[in-house]
Ligand binder design. Structure first.
Ligand SMILES: O=C(O)CCC(=O)C(=O)O
Ligand SMILES: [Fe+2]
Length: 417
C-alpha cells in the first residue's frame, strides 16, 4: 500500500495475470521422488496445526544443498512452494514508478502470491543460517562498535569467480576464476564465498526473468544477479537505516531486486540531500565521505551503515545538467506486504536513500519479516564487503520453532580471518 498523502502522483493499481502453466495435480502425479505427508500450516499465521488432513500437499524429499562453505546443509524448497513459485509468479505485472527525479522503480504488488510468500517466509526463516553481525566503524577519530539491528546472511560471489559443478553433482561445486577456469588462489578473498543454495537460486532465476521482460521493453540490459543478501527483521526494533546501495563494486546504475516475505513493514525512500560543493547537483552523485552514504533517519533508525563502507568516488551516470535546480526532498512510503517486490534501477541508488524504520509501541509487535535482495557484484572487494557485513566473524544462529526466536546454532562457527 502506498501512502497517498506522501505520494500524490503515484497511481498504483493491481493488474493480475493468471500464469498457471500446469495444474498442481499434474505436478504431483509426475513426481517420481519419494514423498511424505506434510503437516498443514496456516498461510497467514506462523502456527503449525497439530492435525493432518487428506488434502495436505505431498512433500518431495530432495536432498539438501551442501557445500564446505555452509555451516549447515540447506534444505531444498518443498514442492508446494516450488510449484507456487514456478507457476504463479509474477502474481501481478509490474508498475513502473518513475514520477520523481532520478527515481526508477518496478513494483510488483505482489510478485509471489501471498499464501506462497508466507510459506516461503517460514521455510527460509527455519532453514537458513543467520548472523547478528558486529563490526567497528570509524567516524572521524572515533571508533564505534556497531551492532547490526537485524539478522543477516549472504550467498554468492562476484563476477570474477564462478562456482562450477563437477561430475554433474550440484553439491560438488568448485570456485574457479571466471576468465581462466583455473582454481582461485587461496588469498583471493578474505572470506569463504558460499554458492547460492538451490532454494534461493530458483528465486534468483525467476526474478531475473521477471526483470528481463521489462528490461527488453526499456532497451536496457537484462540483470543477472550473482549475490543474494537476506535480512530477517524479528520485530519493530529491527531496522535498516537510510542508505543507498551504491558501492562502486556494483558498477554504475545497479539493478537491485528487493523481495519482502512475512510481516508488513514500511519502506521509506528520500532523495539525497544537497550538500554544497559535493552534492548530486554538481558532481553527478558524489557521496560525501562519512555523511552522505549514512544519513541519520528522522524516524530514529540511528546511523547504522548499511552494507559496508562508503569508499567515495563518483557513482552515477546522470549528467549534472539533467538534474533539476531544486531537488524535492519529499519522502516516499510504500508498505511492503508478503510477496511484494521492488526493483531499484537506473540512477535510483545514486540519488535516493531507502530504509526500513523501527516501529514503536503496538505497531512494533509485528510478525517477523524477511527481505531478500538480488544484486550483481563486479569485483572481489564486493564479495569481501558483503561477507564481512552480513556473515561477519561471530556465531551462527538458527530459528527455533519452540522458543520462537533465533538461537545460537550448533553448526560450525565461521571465522573469516
Ligand atoms: O528490508 C528491506 O526492504 C531493505 C533492505 C535493504 O535496503 C538492504 O539490504 O540493503
Ligand atoms: Fe538497501
Amino acid at each position: 500500500m502506498i501512502s497517498q498523502s506522501q505520494l500524490p502522483t503515484l497511481n498504483i493499481s493491481r493488474s493480475y495475470s493468471t500464469m498457471a502453466k500446469r495444474t498442481l495435480d499434474a505436478f504431483f502425479k509426475s513426481s517420481t521422488t519419494p514423498a511424505k505427508r506434510l503437516k498443514p500450516e496456516s498461510a497467514e499465521s506462523n502456527t503449525v496445526s497439530p492435525t493432518e488432513t487428506d488434502n495436505t500437499p505431498i512433500e518431495d524429499t530432495k536432498p539438501p544443498s551442501h557445500h564446505p562453505s555452509y555451516p549447515i546443509p540447506i534444505a531444498q524448497l518443498p514442492s508446494h512452494i516450488e510449484v507456487g513459485l514456478e507457476h504463479a509468479t509474477p502474481a501481478t505485472s509490474a508498475r513502473e514508478i518513475n514520477n520523481q527525479p532520478h527515481l526508477d522503480l518496478l513494483y510488483f504488488q505482489p510478485y509471489i502470491p501471498r499464501p506462497t510468500a508466507n510459506e516461503l517466509f517460514k521455510f527460509l526463516r527455519r532453514e537458513l543460517p543467520f548472523y547478528r553481525v558486529q563490526y567497528t566503524a570509524r567516524r572521524g577519530d572515533i571508533q564505534t562498535q556497531i551492532n547490526t539491528p537485524r539478522w543477516t546472511t549472504v550467498f554468492g560471489v562476484d563476477e570474477t569467480s564462478t562456482f562450477v559443478e563437477q561430475d554433474d553433482d550440484p553439491n560438488n561445486l568448485f570456485l574457479l576464476e571466471t576468465k581462466t577456469k583455473t582454481p582461485i588462489p587461496k588469498t583471493k578473498y578474505q572470506c569463504t564465498p558460499r554458492p547460492i543454495p538451490a532454494c534461493l537460486d530458483l528465486l534468483r532465476r525467476q526474478v531475473e526473468a521477471a526483470n528481463a521482460a521489462t528490461a527488453a521493453a526499456a532497451g536496457t540490459e537484462n540483470p543477472s544477479y550473482n549475490f543474494c543478501l537476506v535480512n530477517y527483521y524479528a520485530g519493530g526494533d529491527d531496522s535498516i537505516a537510510f542508505h543507498s546501495d551504491d558501492e562502486r563494486f556494483l558498477g554504475p546504475n545497479p539493478n537491485i531486486a528487493s523481495l519482502s516475505l512475512g510481516g508488513e513493514r514500511d519502506f521509506l525512500m528520500k532523495h539525497k540531500p544537497f550538500v554544497p560543493g559535493q552534492n548530486v547537483n554538481q558532481t553527478a552523485g558524489r557521496c560525501v565521505p562519512g555523511s552522505a552514504h549514512v544519513i541519520p533517519s528522522p524516524g530514529g533508525t540511528g546511523v547504522t551503515p548499511a552494507r559496508g563502507k562508503f569508499t567515495g568516488g563518483t557513482l552515477n551516470t546522470v549528467s549534472p545538467e539533467s538534474r533539476p535546480a531544486t531537488v524535492p526532498l519529499q519522502q516516499i512510503k510504500i508498505s511492503l506486504g508478503s510477496g511484494d517486490m521492488v526493483v531499484m534501477r537506473g540512477a535510483t541508488q545514486s540519488n535516493w536513500l531507502h530504509s526500513i524504520p523501527k516501529r514503536k509501541g503496538k505497531a512494533g509487535e509485528t510478525r517477523g519479516r524477511i527481505n531478500i535482495t538480488f544484486r550483481r557484484a563486479m569485483i572481489p572487494g564486493g564479495t569481501n564487503n558483503y561477507y564481512h557485513y552480513n556473515v561477519g566473524s561471530g556465531g551462527m544462529y538458527r530459528w527455533d520453532e519452540v522458543a520462537r526466536e533465533m538461537v545460537l546454532g550448533e553448526g560450525k562457527v565461521e571465522r573469516e580471518s
